[in-house]
Ligand binder design. Sequence first.
Ligand SMILES: Nc1ncnc2c1ncn2[C@@H]1O[C@H](COP(=O)(O)OP(=O)(O)OP(=O)(O)O)[C@@H](O)[C@H]1O
Length: 291
Amino acid sequence: MDILGKTTYGEGRKAVNDLFSDGLLFTTLTKVGKRLIQFKNVSKIYPNGTIGLKNINLQIEDGEFVVIVGLSGAGKSTLLRSVNRLIEISEGEISIHGESITKAKGNELYRIRRDIGMIFQNFNLVKRSSVMRNVLSGRVGYHSTLRMILGLFPKQDKELAIEALKRVNLVEKAYVRADQLSGGQQQRVSIARALAQEAKIVLADEPVASLDPLTTKQVMEDLLRINQELNITMIVNLHSIDLAREYATRIIGLKDGEVVFDGPVIEATNDTFTSIYGQDMRKNEMKRAAK
Ligand SMILES: Nc1ncnc2c1ncn2[C@@H]1O[C@H](COP(=O)(O)OP(=O)(O)OP(=O)(O)O)[C@@H](O)[C@H]1O
């Protein structure tokens, strides 16, 4: 059976067709070409001397669903946040589709970042604003600051925001205040914000860490659906081995700032996870799964 399940997949396909017929996301989808994220000899040493990353060399291809796993403190957030320079690396270079984000300045940096959406554990929404306003904030990179302060979003942006909300099944909440939604719904609003941004890459830093199992599944399914249907590259930090196995096409295991495993999900055996997490952690996870 398709991993998405027949119903959601069918609905998703219909949404894609609708978007094409509206012409809304047509430009976005036709712009999609081959992209990749490349880490060359990347290290990060924090000002207090802590090593965050040690000589990372990676290449992530267009459309991959990469899950980064590792113990707390292994360097997952540092790796993820270095992609869009939320964290500045100390050595090496990161390039995106052949352009160095490490060296980019001013408008060039702004333009590269516009293609990268970010999803946080705590959702990072403006809680007192409406869902719609939060989703529209994904468009700020496309307009002047003055226009954004005045909230003057063009009609096409509003249509894009509505389509993004439809994709995460939240269109009926468009004019509800963000803090009136459940945690899972708020996370799906942040996914819609990344869609409205027309991000080509989504970085998700522990996106389900504060959610219950059912909501976790909904959020992971949304991420998978936009990965598969819009070919948006996903890089997701997760603590759960089971979720990594279920959703990733590729798993990167980090330990003490170094890549200790990098391969397709099928090659990530129990021994692989034991080497990343240690014996006790792996056993705990297996016990939980058996319950
Ligand atoms: N701002 C900082 N200053 C100093 N050290 C830091 C800073 N941020 C992270 N570190 C350290 O860098 C290392 C990697 O941290 P990072 O947050 O990337 O790990 P992680 O795998 O994401 O952990 P978790 O799963 O707990 O979020 C850890 O030793 C951490 O203590």
